[in-house]
Every structure is written in C-alpha cells, then in structure tokens.
Design a protein around this ligand. Structure first.
Ligand SMILES: [Zn+2]
Length: 327
C-alpha cells in the first residue's frame, strides 16, 4: 500500500504549477486522495492503459487525453487533482511531424472524457483515431486549438506559439471540465483566472521585444516559432525553406542558396533553430550561422520536462532577447 501511495504522490508531483495554483492543487490532492489511491490500485493491477477505466469510478479524476504535452500541461493547470491527463507527444527529442499513433493511444482515447489536440493537420492521426473510436463513457468533449483560433490545414500548425492560442484553449478546457464535472466548476473557473493572469509576463515580454526589434530580419530552419515572431513583428525570411523542412520535402536549390546567403552575409539578426526537427540540411545551416557569427536561438516544439508552458515560453523569449541584443 505504501508503494501505491508513493506512486500517487509522484504522479501529482510531476506536474509543476505556479505558486498559487500549486497550493490549491495540494489542497485538492489531499481531498481527492482516497479516490485517487483506489484508481491507482486498479491501475497497478491491470497495468498501463487500465488507469483510464479505473478513473470512471464516481468521484475519481476525469480522464483527459492531450495529443501534445503543452496542451496536457494546461489541462492539468486548470483541472488540478480532478483530472488525470495523458499527453501523447511529450518527448522533445522526437520530431512530432513524423509521429504515428500506437494502439496504446487508441486505448487511452476510448476512456477520455475530454480530448485536446492541435488540429491544422499537425496531428492528423488524432482525427483518425477519434473517428474510429467510440467514447467508452458515452460523453467525450473535444477541444481543437485550430478551430478556436480559426486555423486550418495548410496554415502554420505551430499554434501554441501564437500568444492568442493558449488563452482560448484554457477557456475551452475550463468550460468543458465544468460541464463534465459541475461540482468543481468553481475550482476550474478560479484556476482559469489564475492561468490567464500567469500569461501576462509573456505578453509583456512580447510587447517589450516588439517595441525594440519590430521589423528586424531573422530566419529559421522550420516555422515552429513563426507566430511568436509575427507577434513580435520580426521580419521572418526563407519561409519556403522552412515549410520544406517541416514537411520533410526537399527545399529548392534557389531557396537553399538564399538561406545560405542570408547567413553568410549576415542579413539576419538571428537564426531560429528547431532542435527537434534536424536533418543534414538544417544542421548545415546551423554550422554556417556559427561560422558567420549569426546568433542561433534553439527552440523546441514539444514542451521540455520540468517546466510549465509559461516557463518554457518565457525562457525562449529571454534567449531571443539575448540573441537579438548581440551586435
Ligand atoms: Zn514543427
């Protein structure tokens, strides 16, 4: 029993929350512990994939599946101890554009009361799995980030880098949790307010960078940072090269030459480098940037372990500020 309790504590601790939310979550955790322990006992007996079934028990955490871990993290910040979140894409060492779903993914989806995914063709496997799987509980809310911000297949799919996306996702998640679990609606409302407030330092940083660097030319190996770059007002170059890198197709010789010229002649202030989507050509551009003394900013498209969404974004904006400040 003690081992199970420890595992229960660990599963709560792995989620990092900002101060006020963490305190609220700790209180919730204490309140929800008996149901959670029961759920974990079943989970331990039945093995991975079975915890979602166990969570269907009355009073247990709502099972939620997020296609990407940055959305899963936001669900956890809103739902606290009342949600049990499975995030499918969570490894910053893999290229999400090349991901294929496994039967384990399908099983988790079957029991989810809430599913959150990006859309805009970033995670087409999710649409297919949802179409193929009926909801085990009969009620399954679905939040698609792209639909909330009016984006579709063919648009830059890295929507979570747009400062407008996460507030919209958080509001939709809070509403869906409140509808699925009306008893705790006031908690979800309060956590939503805290979450929205916690985004202000990101918005402030974007505004400060915009005031200082609007119109400055930059380039990138892949369009992952594109919306953030647009929000700051940077002049993003070599978009065709970036789309080819993202889609794993070949960039044209003239697009490659233009990219190389930008670096060699230092026509750009920063090279934004997606460390998660690397191939020979993008690595060559990074090498060329280093040779030409163009500062490189490394960004990831999956949230790294040990930081929440707000810390992740702020860290990258701070790094961008340093890179732009270099002469
Ligand atoms: Zn990408």
């Amino acid at each position: 029993m003690s081992a199970i309790t420890a595992a229960g504590l660990m599963s709560v601790r792995t989620v990092r929350l900002p101060g006020r939310l963490a305190q609220a979550a700790a209180a919730l955790k204490r309140a929800a512990m008996p149901a959670m322990a029961a759920c974990l006992v079943l989970g331990a007996l039945l093995g991975p994939g079975a915890t979602a079934q166990a969570a269907d028990a009355p009073g247990a955490a709502l099972p939620v599946v997020a296609a990407e871990n940055f959305y899963g993290g936001v669900v956890k910040q809103i739902g606290g101890a009342y949600v049990s979140v499975t995030s499918i894409l969570s490894n910053p060492d893999q290229d999400p554009h090349l991901f294929e779903a496994s039967p384990k993914t399908a099983r988790a989806l079957q029991h989810a009361r809430l599913v959150v995914y990006n859309g805009a063709d970033y995670d087409p496997w999710m649409t297919k799995l949802l179409a193929a799987s009926s909801s085990g509980s009969g009620q399954r809310a679905i939040v698609v980030a792209a639909d909330l911000v009016g984006k579709k297949a063919g648009d830059n799919p890295h929507l979570w880098y747009d400062p407008r996306t996460m507030p919209a996702v958080a509001r939709a998640v809070s509403a869906a949790l409140g509808a699925a679990d009306p008893a705790h609606k006031s908690v979800y409302d309060a956590n939503l307010a805290a979450f929205l407030g916690s985004l202000k330092p990101i918005d402030d940083k974007v505004a400060a960078l915009r005031a200082q660097y609007k119109g400055q030319p930059v380039t990138a190996t892949e369009p992952v940072f594109g919306y953030m770059s647009d929000a700051i007002g940077l002049d993003m170059r070599n978009l065709r090269f970036q789309m080819a890198a993202m889609n794993d197709t070949e960039a044209s010789a003239s697009d490659i030459a233009a990219f190389e010229r930008d670096l060699r002649e230092r026509r750009v202030r920063v090279l934004i480098y997606n460390s998660q989507a690397t191939e020979t050509l993008t690595r060559r551009m990074l090498g060329l940037a280093q040779q030409s003394k163009v500062p490189a900013l490394s960004v990831t498209e999956t949230q790294p372990a040990g930081v929440d969404f707000q810390q992740w974004m702020l860290g990258q904006l701070d790094a961008l500020a340093k890179a732009l400040a270099q002469k």
